[in-house]
Design a binder for this molecule. Structure first.
Ligand SMILES: [Mg+2]
Length: 365
C-alpha cells in the first residue's frame, strides 16, 4: 500500500571536501572528506537528504554499494518507519555485514529518512529523537594534531580556553612516550588545572604500552584516553580500564551496536564515542546511546559535529561534542556556540543548512 511517506525513488552522489586544516594522528592523515549524499523522494514530496563520509578512502565503494542495491532495496518502503527501512537495506546485503562500507552506506539512507521524518513532524531533530537538552558542552580537537609543535599546541589550547571552551584534545602516540609527555605537560602548565585535556592515540598502541603511557601521564589529570588500542582488542581495553584511573574512550572505529555491547558488558569502555555514519545512521546511533545510558556511561560522539549536535542534545547522557568544522564549504550557517556549549538548531530536518549550489559544484561522482 502506498502512503504519502512511501519512498518512490532514491539517488546517491559523492562530494569531495578538502580538509580545512592539516590533520594528522599516530596512524593516518585526514586527506579529504569524501561525503556521500542520499536523496530520497517520497510520494508526499517531503523526501529527505542524508549523508555519510570517509576521511579520504573508500567513498566510491560506499557509493557503489548504494547504487548497486541498497537504494533499490528501500524504494517502496515507508519513510516513516526507520526500522523497516534500515532492515530492508541491511537484509539486502547480509553477506557484507557487519562491515564499515555497508554501515557507512546504511547511514546515508537512514539519515535521509530522519531528515524527512523531522520535516514531516515539523520538529527539530534534537526534539524528535528525545529532546533531552538544547545544548551540550563542546571541546576542540582542531588544535591538537600530532604534527603540531609543543608551542603550537600551547597556543591553540590557550585560544580554545580564551574562547570559553572547557577542553581540548591532543593527539598522542609518538614513538618516544616522553615526547608525548612533554607536549601534554606543556599544555597542562599553560592552561592550568580544571581545563579538560583529552588524549587520543588512534588505535596505535599495544595493551602493555597503553598501560605504561597511562601511568606516565597520570599526574596530568587527563579527562579521557581515546582509542588507545585497536578497536577489535576488547580484552586489551578491559585490562587497561582496570589498570588506570583515566577514563578510556572508544567507539569511532566500531560499526555495529553489538560491538558496543561487548565493550560495555566487559567494562572495557568508560566513554562511548559512537559515530552516526560509521554505526549505520541515527537509528542504531540512538540504540548505542541508550545502551550506554543503561551502563551509566556517557556519550561523546566522534567528529560530524554538525549532525551529532542534534543527536547529543536528544539524549540524557551526552558528555561532549567534538569541534572539527568540515562542512563550511557546502553550508550557509555554522553551529551556534556560546558559553562553552553548542546549541542545537531548531529548524526541522537534520539541522544542517546545506548550500545546494555549492554542493553541486564539488560533486565528483
Ligand atoms: Mg579519535
Amino acid at each position: 500500500m502506498t502512503h504519502g511517506s512511501t519512498i518512490v525513488s532514491a539517488e546517491a552522489w559523492l562530494v569531495d571536501l578538502p580538509v580545512e586544516t592539516k590533520r594528522t594522528d599516530a596512524v593516518q592523515a585526514f586527506v579529504k572528506q569524501e561525503t556521500i549524499f542520499v536523496s530520497l523522494q517520497t510520494a508526499d514530496r517531503v523526501g529527505g537528504l542524508g549523508y555519510t563520509y570517509t576521511i579520504g578512502t573508500g567513498g566510491r565503494a560506499v557509493l557503489e554499494m548504494l547504487r548497486g542495491g541498497l537504494l533499490d532495496a528501500v524504494v517502496g518502503q515507508d519513510a516513516e518507519r526507520p526500522e523497516a527501512v534500515w532492515y530492508a537495506a541491511f537484509n539486502s546485503t547480509r553477506a557484507t555485514t557487519v562491515g564499515p562500507i555497508t554501515s557507512l552506506a546504511l547511514a546515508a539512507i537512514d539519515t535521509a529518512v530522519w531528515d524527512g521524518r523531522s520535516r514531516r513532524a515539523s520538529l527539530p531533530l534534537w526534539k524528535l529523537a528525545g529532546g533531552s537538552s538544547p545544548s551540550v558542552p563542546i571541546y576542540d580537537t582542531e588544535g591538537g594534531w600530532l604534527h603540531l609543535s609543543p608551542d603550537e599546541l600551547v597556543a591553540q589550547a590557550r585560544s580554545s580556553r580564551d574562547r570559553g571552551l572547557p577542553g581540548v584534545k591532543i593527539k598522542v602516540g609518538l614513538p618516544n612516550p616522553h615526547d608525548d609527555l612533554a607536549r601534554l605537560r606543556a599544555v597542562r602548565e599553560a592552561v592550568g588545572p580544571g581545563f579538560h585535556l583529552m588524549i587520543d592515540a588512534n588505535q596505535s598502541l599495544t595493551g602493555a604500552e597503553a598501560i605504561r603511557r597511562a601511568r606516565l601521564f597520570d599526574d596530568l589529570d587527563i579527562f579521557w584516553f581515546e582509542e588507545p588500542l585497536p578497536a577489535e582488542d576488547v580484552a586489551g581495553h578491559e585490562r587497561l580500564t582496570k589498570a588506570t584511573s583515566i577514563p578510556v574512550a572508544v567507539g569511532e572505529s566500531m560499526y555495529s551496536v553489538g560491538h558496543f555491547r561487548d565493550f560495555l558488558q566487559r567494562g572495557a569502555a568508560s566513554i562511548v564515542q559512537v559515530d552516526v555514519a560509521r554505526i549505520g545512521g541515527i537509528t542504531p546511533w540512538l540504540k548505542v546511546a541508550h545502551l550506554a545510558e543503561s551502563f551509566n556511561v556517557k556519550v561523546a560522539p566522534h567528529f560530524l559535529m554538525e549532525l551529532h549536535l542534534s543527536l547529543a542534545c536528544a539524549i540524557p547522557n551526552a558528555l561532549y561534542l567534538e569541534h572539527i568544522p568540515q562542512l563550511r564549504a557546502i553550508t550557509s550557517t555554522e553551529i551556534s556556540i556560546r558559553d562553552g556549549r553548542a546549541w542545537a538548531p531548531d529548524s526541522p530536518g537534520l539541522g544542517i543548512d546545506w548550500d545546494l549550489d555549492a554542493l553541486d559544484d564539488v560533486r565528483v561522482a
